[in-house]
Design a protein around this ligand. Sequence first.
Ligand code: FMN
Length: 197
Amino acid sequence: MSEKIDFYNSLELTLIEAENLISDGVNNSKSMFHTPVLSTFVNETISTRTVVLREFNLKNRTLRFHTDSRSGKIEELKENSISSVHGYDPDLKVQIRLKGKTLVHINDEISKEAWAESREMSKMCYSVKDSPGIKISSPEPFDLIKEEIDIELGYDNFAVLLFSYDSLEFLFLKGAGHRRSLFDWNSSQLKSSWLIP
Ligand SMILES: Cc1cc2nc3c(=O)[nH]c(=O)nc-3n(C[C@H](O)[C@H](O)[C@H](O)COP(=O)(O)O)c2cc1C
């Protein structure tokens, strides 16, 4: 983001700024949008966790995340796909909130492609012996030793989460006047509006 804040009084430029920040988050590990927070329902409560942003498809408004197919959130997401994604960059003073749905992809074309382009280091964690979240008496037996595992077998435990949003809320903090805006794709046409911060 440049010093001159072009988007400050423009809804159109605000949306472009938000999309650029999310897009930058894919490859820029220093960006706060590289590790956003994904919230989903677990029964009647909300579960929140940090995930790495792997891909952003602007046209489809989808964000791709990877996870372990044995984790509890997989079954929970199949029951209720409603989810939200949140990111805040304290340097830029920008918060982005997305609302939408998360679809799970296991052993299909989408997961195969995502696995093929994953780095060895990222693939490794899917070789952990048992399901994430299970209570254990000691952590050491679950440590991963590269030489002892066949990294490619981890694909059996690999899942892609495709989050698609139909609402984007942007908040920019500035002493003299915050800027908050909402972009909504729920109807056939995009509806953009300012909100009182
Ligand atoms: C920086 C960071 C990045 C993470 N990236 C992922 C990720 O891409 N996918 C994932 O499933 N968990 C990731 N985690 C771990 C999750 O935050 C969470 O602890 C784990 O997925 C278990 O959550 P669950 O019980 O809701 O399944 C990451 C955690 C941190 C701190």
